[in-house]
Design a protein around this ligand. Structure first.
Ligand SMILES: Nc1ncnc2c1ncn2[C@@H]1O[C@H](COP(=O)(O)OP(=O)(O)O)[C@@H](O)[C@H]1O
Ligand SMILES: [Mg+2]
Length: 251
């Protein structure tokens, strides 16, 4: 039997000050699956996402996080990224003088451990931009400098497409995406899934709207640092109708 793509087993996460935020999360994402993690503000969604990507702000104090069976908890963030753990929507601020194209070239080199020529990046970027209906002039913009919300999302989707992650963790901002940005993200994620069918997706969101497009295979409700219920799209409808309160905290 092969190990699942990505598996969390009783994961506990604390802040640097020792405050426990995530209090025992189990989750298994098989190759090609889309999982949604939903929960109210402050329940620990972004903490989980950041800690999985290796943020130094958090410590995974117990439990296991396995990628294809390998425990990644002791791996540095760059090693996790190289192995294919991708966290979206948490990008650096503007980097002066670095274009989208330069940035992606470096990111692809870091992911693959190989030199990638300027031409190769140009070719794959052009192909993806055409597929996603983007203007190729965008690749020469300076990273995040004056980007609109939609342009930030486009940049993130291009990263997703070029980096070909094993597991893509998408953390929607708490303010939510406007309708254009939402469409860019949803269509982009679906296009990348079509070209890379084994990729797992963990879509973290406060809202149901993104999930109406993404149609996750599994939906998990997080309250107060724990997953209190898992199911399918019917849970999303239940949240929409009754809110998170109906799921009750299990403290
Ligand atoms: N670095 C930190 N130091 C102290 N408290 C934190 C830190 N990060 C998150 N928290 C707290 O942990 C809780 C969960 O935050 P977060 O993971 O951002 O929730 P969500 O993404 O579900 O809205 C909140 O109460 C937040 O204030
Ligand atoms: Mg959050």
């Amino acid at each position: 039997m092969t190990a699942p793509l990505f598996q969390l087993d009783d994961v506990h996460i604390s802040t640097a000050d020792g405050v426990e935020i995530v209090r025992g999360v189990d989750l298994t994402v098989a190759a090609g699956e889309v999982h949604a993690l939903m929960g109210p503000n402050g329940c620990g969604k972004s903490t989980l996402a950041s800690a999985l990507a290796g943020s130094p702000d958090y410590e995974i104090t117990s439990g296991n996080v396995r990628l294809h069976g390998d425990d990644i908890i002791d791996w540095d963030p760059d090693v996790r990224a190289k192995a294919g753990v991708f966290l979206a929507f948490q990008y650096p601020q503007a980097i002066p003088g670095v274009s989208v194209r330069n940035f992606l070239q470096q990111a692809v080199q870091a992911r693959t451990g190989k030199d990638v020529s300027t031409i190769e990046i140009y070719m794959s970027l052009s192909e993806w931009m055409e597929k996603l209906g983007m203007d190729t002039a965008f690749m020469d913009r300076f990273l995040n400098e004056g980007f609109s919300g939609g342009e930030k999302k486009r940049n993130e989707i291009l990263q997703l497409a070029l980096l070909e992650p094993e597991i893509a963790i998408l953390d929607e901002t708490d303010s939510g995406l406007d309708i254009d940005a939402l469409r860019i993200v949803a269509e982009g994620v679906q296009a990348v899934r079509e070209s890379q069918t084994g990729m797992g997706v963990l879509a973290i969101t406060h809202y149901q709207r993104l999930l109406d497009y993404l149609r996750p295979d599994h939906v998990h409700i997080m309250l107060d640092g724990r997953i209190v219920q898992s199911g399918g799209m019917e849970l999303v409808e239940e949240i929409e109708a009754r809110g998170f309160d109906s799921f009750g905290a299990t403290t």
